[in-house]
Design a protein around this ligand. Structure first.
Ligand code: ADP
Ligand code: MG
Length: 679
């Protein structure tokens, strides 16, 4: 067992040079090598007839050597070797080898070889260049590893064979037998052989399933352990009898049942004596801010300060606006702290924060700058959390001891997935939209119908409503996509002549953006032509049309977020998706969006259509990356959740001997991703 964890230099064929290459890709021991997984397999059992091979493509063929030509010594020191061969159907194939005399000498006339290489069409017909000849003693299925300079798949295979041998001397296992039986998972040593040297593809699949399951399980257990660790005592215990009724009474609407439930869950957390770690998940427009404000009011009544952090200045400004409206009448001091404040304003604000005059601080990352000292910070709320990773979540803990944390996300993700990604958090879901809302009507149209769509849009403007138009970002420099300014000019002179138009894009300063947003909110402008800057959180209830140009460029979840900018008031709202060159897949996506307004359905579809990487974007950032497991495998996700519960129910901190191996693996996994309290 120990030998598995000694330096890889002890392996045959690993000298200083190869050792350095391995080190660069994070492989230091035979054990690491075992977890360096193939990206594909080459199957020598099933050679292609030469006549069916395509030029410029790699193929496995089986040929008999008929003649060896004399080597040709070319200029520049290259030696060219050429052999003639024929396959069982009688199709000739030339074999061209460069410089490798050894390879040439090993091939004998009259004998048959299975080989792999790139097929080229030469003057005399098909040729195979620098083929790899398969040896009888090798596996019929060969693993292919990710390409790295200085390391060929053949070298890696040889080293892995040795590592497997070391493993076989003292086989080990990380999953308890009962668990493996329950989910039909093969033992680890078999999985290691199966993934690196499968006898057939079924074996490779069984190995992959076993390893993927364990990968997910480690991640899930790790997050759950983090959650358990976080459950220490809080320095900010709050009174369970805190009365929220003044807040409820001051609201201009009554809360949805979902909002009430979330507030109760938060109140229970805040008064539990342990730090809160909660995710508030709700579709756009579900009213997360009102819940956040309730949490703030709860803290303020307990004499503490709260921070609400947003990813952009626009969002911060808007939250400031909303929280001031909700909490101002109750006598709460709410301030806005962003990077664009003047030095003097900042100093004054810092003083008020330090002496506790200001109770709720809304802002961007600026709220966590060193210079900001809090009087008694008890609650940190972050909006649109998918832009911050686990690492940042952990970093927040540094200010003011261990504050209570509330994370708000408008990206609806399927529940099993939420548990996976936010496994270290409790989850509250706002699954009810505020009453009186009419579902947004969504239409996908082609560019030909733009004039008609604009006619519809101006019809809404005539009723006193407002509209957003999203055109492609100017930052991406794609010349055939309209830039905001050019597009706005064009519209001013044509389809939108006479209406008050403003623009909003990422290259404007924070102040300019805020001003544009404020004018739109105050209905000094009718149409806001913008980039996806408005994607998250912006709230103007009087806006009823969202027209998105080149809609096919966006993912479903992103379109859903954009669509959520309208339908936030009492009026019927519309989303118009304009596409010029949509592929069938893109049309399918847009159709789906037209057929549902359920964010969870949209998220699920996005996940299926585009895969998890795309779907998560940077959300997964900060989580250890998954090598094998795919978050689209719902069945496995479900099984892993269940397995996690079973394991932790029996052994909450994985301290029993049978769980030691698994625990060690989890620590290893999380250790690679910074200090996060698991060691
Ligand atoms: P999001 O969850 O997208 O952040 P917001 O908190 O911005 O949603 O709320 C969207 C809009 O709905 C806001 O204008 C807010 O004032 C309003 N709202 C929130 N809760 C309710 C409710 N229970 N009844 C009516 N309107 C509500
Ligand atoms: Mg919001």
């Amino acid at each position: 067992m120990k030998r598995l964890f000694l330096s890889i230099r002890n392996l045959k064929g690993v000298g200083e040079k190869r050792y350095q290459v391995y080190k660069k890709i994070g492989i230091e021991t035979p054990y690491d090598l075992l977890y360096y997984l193939p990206r594909a397999y080459r199957d020598y059992r099933d050679p292609q007839p030469v006549a069916e091979t395509a030029a410029e493509e790699q193929a496995v063929v089986c040929v008999t050597i008929t003649q060896k030509r004399r080597p040709v010594f070319a200029r520049g020191g290259t030696t060219l070797y050429f052999l003639e061969s024929v396959d069982s159907e009688g199709t000739p194939l030339g074999i061209r080898i460069f410089n490798n005399m050894y390879s040439y000498q090993n091939l004998q006339v009259g004998r048959t070889y299975t080989m792999f290489g790139k097929i080229m069409f030469g003057q005399g017909g098909r040729e195979i260049h620098s083929p790899q000849v398969h040896r009888e003693s090798d596996n019929a299925i060969e693993a292919i590893y990710p390409q790295t300079t200085g390391l060929t798949s053949a070298m890696i295979r040889t080293n892995i064979r040795d590592a497997l041998q070391i493993m076989d001397e003292t086989p080990f296992e990380t999953l308890p037998d009962a668990l493996r039986d329950r989910y039909g998972l093969i033992p680890l040593p078999r999985a290691m052989h199966g993934i690196h040297e499968p006898a057939d593809m079924e074996e490779a699949d069984a190995a992959r399933t076993r390893l993927a399951f364990e990968e997910m399980l480690r991640l899930q257990l790790g997050l759950r352990l983090l959650k358990a660790r976080a459950a220490q005592e809080t320095e900010h215990p709050m009174d369970p009898a805190t009365d929220l009724s003044a807040y409820y009474e001051s609201l201009p609407f009554s809360l949805t049942t979902a909002q009430q439930r979330a507030i109760e869950e938060i109140a229970a957390d805040l008064s539990s004596g342990r730090p809160m770690n909660r995710l508030l998940q709700g579709d756009v427009g579900s009213g997360k801010t009102a819940v956040a404000a309730a949490a703030c009011w709860y803290c303020v009544q307990n004499g503490c300060q709260c921070v609400l952090m947003a990813p952009t200045e626009i969002l911060a400004a808007q939250h400031h606006h909303t929280l001031s409206a909700f909490l101002g009448p109750l006598g709460v001091e709410v301030c806005l702290l962003t990077g664009s404040l003047k030095a003097k304003e900042k100093r004054e604000l810092y003083a008020k924060i330090a002496d506790g005059t200001v109770q709720v601080i809304v802002g961007t990352h600026a709220v966590f700058q060193k210079a900001v000292e809090y009087h008694d910070l008890a609650l940190v709320i972050t909006d649109e959390q998918h832009r911050f990773g686990v690492a940042q979540r952990a970093a927040l803990a540094e200010k003011g001891g261990v504050p209570h944390k509330l994370v708000m996300s408008a990206t609806p993700i399927p529940r099993t997935l939420a548990l996976m990604v936010y496994g270290d958090l409790e989850v509250s879901v706002l699954d009810v939209l505020p009453g009186g809302r009419k579902p947004i009507e969504t239409y996908a149209v082609t560019g030909k119908m733009r004039a008609r769509a604009m006619g519809f849009l101006t019809g809404e403007l005539k009723k006193g409503r407002q509209a957003y138009i999203v055109c492609p970002a100017i930052e991406d420099g794609d010349s055939d996509l309209r830039s905001v300014t050019a597009y706005a000019e064009e519209m001013r002179g044509t389809l939108l002549a006479g209406w008050r138009i403003d623009i909003l894009h990422g290259q404007m300063s924070a102040q300019e953006k805020d001003d544009a947003m404020e004018r739109f909110r105050a209905h000094e402008t009718d149409v806001l032509i913008c980039t996806t800057v408005v994607e998250v959180g912006v709230d103007v209830p009087n806006a009823t049309v969202m027209l998105i140009e080149d809609a096919e460029r966006f993912g479903l979840s992103q379109l859903h977020q954009l669509r959520g900018r309208v339908g936030r008031g009492e009026h019927q709202s519309y989303c118009i998706l304009v596409t010029e060159h949509a592929t069938d897949e893109a049309k399918e996506r847009l159709r789906l969006l037209s057929s549902t307004t359920d964010g969870f359905k949209v998220a699920e579809a996005d996940l299926q259509l585009r895969g998890p990487g795309d779907f998560f974007g940077s959300m997964q950032h900060g989580l250890p990356p998954l090598k094998l497991a795919t978050l689209t495998d719902t069945k496995m996700l479900h099984d892993v959740q269940e397995a996690t519960d079973i394991i932790l129910a029996d052994d909450p901190d994985l301290s029993k001997p049978e769980d030691h191996a698994l625990y060690a693996e989890i620590v290893r996994l999380f250790a690679q991703y910074g200090d996060n309290g698991l060691n």
